[in-house]
Structure formats: C-alpha cells, structure tokens
Design a binder for this molecule. Structure first.
Ligand SMILES: Nc1ncnc2c1ncn2[C@@H]1O[C@H](COP(=O)(O)OP(=O)(O)OP(=O)(O)O)[C@@H](O)[C@H]1O
Length: 304
C-alpha cells in the first residue's frame, strides 16, 4: 500500500526548546492513525509543518509523494484540516458556510450543491437550518469535518478533534471518522487514549521530540503482556473472604478483585483455589493491556 504521508528526520526548535528531534513516520493510505502525545509534545507543531504553515529546521515531509514546501499550498490540495477549535462565521447556516468555502476553493455550483448536501448528511447536520452561532461544540466540530472534507482530500488531519467534547459529541465525531476511512486516510492527534482504542488501526506515540512507538493497534496488544486478571464474585462476602487470604488482589467495587500483572499460572492457581473452597464466581478473565498502561510505560521509560 502506498504511503499517503512520509515524514523523514523532521526537526523543529522554538528558541532553545527542541520540540521535534528527528521524527520519522510513514502513514499508509486507508488507515486511521492515532497520533498520541501528552500536552505540549509537539502534535500541533507537526501538523502545521505537514500543512506547510510552519517551517521545519531539518527534514522533509512528503504528501502523496510530493514534497511539502513551507509557505506554499501545492500539497494542501490532498489534505483537509480540522483545527482543535474550528472558527466559523456565526451568522451563517452550515449550508451557507459550506457554499462559501466551496466558492473560495473554486468548485462549480453543481459540485458545491452535491458535495455540501452529501457532507451535511454525513455529519448529521442535513436538516439543520440554525445559525452556526447557536451550535454546540460537537455540532461545530462536525461542521468542521464537513468543511475539511469538501474537496475530497486523500488525507484528513484532525488536531484533538474530541478533546473539548462530551461523551455523546465525541462518539458522533468518532463515528464520522470511521465512516470516511475508506476514502480518506485520517490522522487524529489526541491524548484521549480510549478514543484511539475505539477507532484507530495504527498508533504513533510522540514523546521527548521522538516517535517512541509506531505500531498497528492489534500488534501492539499482541506483543504486550496482559494487564493481569480479574475475578468477579457472585456475592460480596466471598469477595472479602478471598481478599483476606490473598491480599495481593486489589478490590474494584463490591464484588471484583484484580491481580495486576497476574500471569496465566496465577489465574489457574486462583481458579483451583476457588473450586476447592466452592466459591461461586460470575467470571474470571485476563485483562487486555490498555493503551493507558502502554502510554504510561512510554512516558516513564522514554521508549519501550
Ligand atoms: N510559535 C511558537 N513559539 C514558541 N513556542 C511554541 C510555538 N508553538 C508551539 N510552541 C511550544 O512547542 C511545544 C509543543 O507545542 P504543540 O502545540 O505542538 O504541542 P501539542 O502536542 O499539540 O500539545 P497540546 O495537546 O497542548 O495542543 C509547546 O511547549 C509549545 O509551548
């Protein structure tokens, strides 16, 4: 599969503060890429360089095989961009706004009509006649996605698209991004790891100016050991009794115990013990490694 984006040895400092320290990234078409980093890691800086809005100190960026040049918009025809807080003309309706954007980018009237209807339906604003100023943050974010997709970009860059939204708004945005992935590769910067887990198929972690991890999500989970296991008891009393004998388990709620980093052997031992003592349980299961725990490892170690 061809790479829609290639970043080679990208370096950027602000004064003496080195934000990007030789980052490399290859992003294949047709993926949803989670670009993860804590606040201030340099996610927005990277996106601005990809868009040609900021000059790199060293390195190069190729979009659809073409080199990005600072201050020139040549490669931006392949890209849509959703900033973290998109700005609109509040006195317009969503449709009026998309028509204006279409005119600015030189689309024909017929194209504008067809594409804006299509996109407003996609983002759930098809029947909306309200002025944008009355929109919720979630609605604005969805309109921002529609605008970024107007010229059918091959690559959509979303800068923290869900960070300011409530769970419902976040879900709407994630569902839209998932729907478009066959046509548009999505790079999605965030520090909300559950969002990445729910829709991304690749993740890259930016930390200390470097990409410290870059994997398919499924592979990442395979190579990481499980996060231990949990036992859910049928009743609270059994849970307490078992915990008194095995204090290395942590209680989670009334009827659940977790053995962090517990192995399969530990789990088999616990199962044998429960059977011997005729203690009924609802379930025992190994816990999937979460991105949260991986993220903490990366942040702590600087690398995996
Ligand atoms: N124009 C600038 N001049 C000086 N420092 C800057 C400039 N732009 C960004 N920085 C600094 O670079 C660092 C990285 O910022 P950036 O916005 O890229 O981080 P981020 O990963 O997007 O974080 P966030 O999640 O907070 O948006 C921060 O310390 C920021 O203060």
């Amino acid at each position: 599969m061809a790479n829609i984006l290639e970043i080679n040895n990208l370096t950027k400092s602000f004064g003496s503060n080195k934000i990007l320290d030789g980052i490399n990234l290859q992003i294949p078409s047709g993926t949803i890429y989670g670009f993860i980093g804590k606040n201030g890691a340099g996610k927005t800086t990277t996106m601005k360089i990809i868009l040609g809005l900021l000059q790199a100190d060293e390195g190069e960026v190729l979009v659809n095989g073409e080199k990005v040049k600072f201050g020139q918009s040549e490669t931006n025809k392949y890209m849509g961009y959703l900033p973290d807080v998109p700005e609109f003309y509040g006195y317009m309706t969503a449709k009026e706004y998309l028509i204006l954007c279409g005119k600015i980018t030189g689309m024909s009237k017929i194209q504008i009509k067809k594409r804006s209807d299509e996109l407003l339906n996609l983002v759930g604003l098809g029947d909306d006649k309200k002025k944008i100023k009355s929109y919720s943050r979630g609605m604005k974010q969805r309109l921002g996605i529609a605008q970024a997709l107007l010229n059918k970009p091959k690559l959509l860059l979303c800068d923290e698209p869900t960070s300011a939204l409530d769970p419902l708004g976040r879900n709407d945005v994630l569902e839209i991004l998932e729907k478009i992935k066959d046509e548009t590769t999505v790079i999605f910067s965030t520090h909300i790891l559950s969002d990445v887990e729910s829709i991304c198929d690749h993740v890259a972690f930016l930390n200390g100016g470097k990409i410290v991890l870059n994997e398919k999500l499924v592979d990442l989970k395979k190579i990481r050991k499980a996060d231990g296991f949990e036992i859910v008891f049928v009743n609270h009393e059994d849970c307490v009794k078992f915990n008194q004998d095995y204090m290395e388990f942590e209680a989670r709620g009334d009827k659940t115990l977790v053995l962090k980093n517990g192995s399969q052997e530990d789990m088999l031992f616990a199962m044998g013990n429960l059977a011997e003592r005729k203690i009924m349980v609802e379930k025992i299961e190994m816990l999937e490694p979460s991105l949260d725990s991986l993220f903490m490892e990366v942040i702590d170690d600087g690398a995996i």
